[in-house]
Design a binder for this molecule. Sequence first.
Ligand code: P1T
Length: 384
Amino acid sequence: MGKKGLGFNSKTIHGGQEPDKAYGAVMPPIYQTSTYAQTTPGGHKGYEYSRSGNPTRTALERSLASIENGKHGLAFASGLAAIDAVIKLLEPGDEVVSTNDLYGGSYRLFRQVFEKYGIGFHFVGMQNLESIESLINEKTKLLWVETPTNPMMNVIDIRAAADLAKKHDLLLAVDNTFATPYLQRPLDMGADIVMHSATKYLGGHSDVVVGALVVNDDELAEKLYFLQNASGGVCGPMDSFLVLRGIKTLHVRMQRHCENCKAIAEFLQSHPGIDKIYWPGFPAHPNHDVAIRQMSDFGGMLSFIPKGGSFDDAVKIVERLQVFTLAESLGGVESLAGHPASMTHASIPKEEREKSGVVDSLIRLSVGIEDVKDLIEDLEQALL
Ligand code: P1T
């Protein structure tokens, strides 16, 4: 049947991949080179300079396109470099409507970098389509959706957002970092651009910082490729190799992340020291139905608020954890705990942050793939 009709679990391993042409290496070699010999000016074998293209990066870009069911993949130096390229598609005077609950670094890039260049941003709770639509005007060019959101775990209906984008002739970009294509494939649901911090689940081992975009449209791909090369925030060959290697186990890791996270969500729900838990797998989660419709499971992330709920209470809990590491980032094999108000979301003004629920006592967990009993025991002792 060839490689065309492969299922997702086979695509993570084979999608877009071929043995290396030079010696048949099964794993893509790390072409650690900045440049390529030419026989005559312009006489090269497809690569001339590693900002414009590198065979290891191409291997990653093909894999990314394959797992997201897209035509074109682009790999960047970080998730933020990938977002930067998307916003550079716009012109001064254009506007973006974005989720109000999103990674603090994305918010900082929008507000503190691109607003200076005359691009306007509106932030809104996107669970309600009317609230998105009320912000759309003739200047609006892009909907920026993160789902599930970081860190409040809201789930946004991608198909509904795609319908809205089509109706108003807007681009729809979906940050698929939390879900990964194992759980949801936004291009299949009508998105124009899917974005990743590949630093997280795609890399999967907390050893690399990489970003990704995947699109179907040839013209859009051409524009993004131009920006990738012209601005230069490209993914290096070693990092490309690491993410490719990570992707090969994405499906088995995600399965365990989801299982462990569910067990921890249920443990926290039964714990008397917990006030609120944000995890889309609970039937009481306000977007549970959308999550069931568009995701194949609920992922490895959750957030919670301990009873008492002060900044200091939350800090004491995360300091007591021993198997969970207190650290920024997520999506690695090891479990991490974070305190968004002082860490990942500190660049969002307190007033803004609290409007979307990111209060001082919120704790975020990236549940790893360790023995879940060890994770639960760790939380038990930290919550005392
Ligand atoms: O860190 P970088 O690879 O540049 O990706 C930025 C980014 C974009 N989108 C989402 C949803 C993210 O979570 C991130 C990075 N987030 C963290 C570092 C964090 O701890 O939340």
